[in-house]
Design a protein around this ligand. Structure first.
Ligand code: F6R
Length: 356
């Protein structure tokens, strides 16, 4: 299939990316370092103990909560849940920590959930670049972490995830996070050198994957408790950056349903590029499941690519895979001749809703 752009031509790549998504991606490790600094500088304490943590947000602002949920699943005795709604669940109350996260600060569902948290007597922390959420938090004396504006929310994952993690550490809800964060950021720095626009396609796995996904349907399979959020992120980034269809699911659950759905429609299945996101943190039986799954359904789809997370910690592995998916989605956008940054349909929908 003919491509509209040469992935080995950085000049063409820059021209096709006026919103500078690739530049924002190159800046992710540095963004993470700044996020650590600004969150560490913030004083946060509450008199009560917490039984649950709820991160409330949508889209690019909610996914940081999902990374936090996966991390906390392995490191915290307190459950973390992500709320993508106007209201909080009924259990939220005095012993619930609610992190209200909105990059713009103007997402109506998040502002409504913030009010609901107040009404339910929960402890609030707000994380935003400004907008109405910052105004409300200032007025209410709610601890407010301000992050730099000017990025697409989905390009601000460092700013949206790391402060939430550090808030949990400050409140004693996770053990010290410094060494995991250092491992994660160093791994991102190393990965950045392989994925950047100047690296030739023959040595750049993101450019190779973008070529593989071109005019195909990417289906990303991760694992519950390790790469589930990463798999969801790949799908979301292909949707929002490449403006293309993609799906995700997780093992072991998909071994109990989705694998059966690989017999029909045969023609469409031949357009599916399956990706397995794997880490050494996956349960040994899940490792076996990946191998057997590939053996029994691998030839029903266009292809299966297995990718292993890099780094020493689960955090580094989750984010190394995420970084690869982010870059892949931006290169795929450029192959389609699409500007990765704007999300016109989200803006249109928000504007129409504001009118009613
Ligand atoms: C746009 C994006 C969206 C937004 C979502 C919520 O890049 O990723 O998914 O994150 O519409 O808006 P914010 O993040 O401003 O609360």
């Amino acid at each position: 299939m003919e491509h509209l752009i040469d992935l080995n031509n950085p000049e063409q790549l820059r021209k096709g990316d006026p919103g500078q998504m690739l530049e924002a991606l190159a800046g992710l490790p540095q963004q993470c370092r700044e996020a650590v600094k600004l969150a560490r500088a913030k004083e946060i304490s509450f008199p009560q103990t917490f039984q649950h943590v709820v991160v409330t947000g949508l889209g690019g602002s909610a996914i940081g909560g999902d990374f936090l949920r996966v991390y906390a699943g392995q490191k915290s005795r307190v459950p973390v849940m992500v709320n993508r709604d106007y209201q909080l669940p009924l259990f939220a109350g005095e012993h619930t920590l609610v992190l209200a996260v909105s990059y713009s600060g103007n997402t109506e569902e998040t502002l409504s959930a913030y009010e609901d948290a107040k009404a339910k007597g929960a402890a609030l922390v707000a994380l935003t670049s400004g907008g109405k959420l910052a105004e409300k938090a200032q007025k209410d004396g709610v601890p407010l972490i301000i992050i730099p504006a000017g990025l697409q929310p989905r390009a601000a994952t460092g700013y949206l995830f790391i402060p939430s993690l550090i808030v949990l550490e400050k409140l004693g809800l996770v053990p010290p996070v410094t060494s995991d964060l250092e491992d994660m950021i160093e791994t991102l720095e190393k990965m950045g050198q392989k994925l950047s626009i100047d690296i030739d396609e023959t040595k750049n796995p993101a450019k190779q994957l973008a070529k593989l996904f071109y005019h195909k349907i990417p289906v990303i399979w991760g694992v519950s408790g390790t790469t589930e959020t990463t798999a969801m992120r790949w799908k979301g980034q292909i949707n929002e950056n490449s403006k293309a269809l993609a799906y995700f699911n997780v093992l072991p659950e998909l071994n109990h349903n989705e694998i059966v759905g690989t017999e029909a429609p045969e023609k469409l299945l031949k357009e599916v590029e399956l990706v397995f996101l794997r880490t050494e943190d996956d349960h040994p039986r899940v490792q076996k499941r990946f191998d057997i799954t590939k053996e029994i359904i691998g030839d029903r789809v266009s292809g299966v690519t297995e990718i292993w997370g890099e780094g020493k910690s689960l955090l580094a592995r989750m984010f190394s895979l995420t970084y690869l998916g982010d870059y892949t989605s931006a290169y795929l956008a450029l192959l389609y001749g699409i500007d990765p940054s704007p999300v016109h349909l989200i803006t249109l929908l928000k504007n129409k809703l504001a009118e009613v």
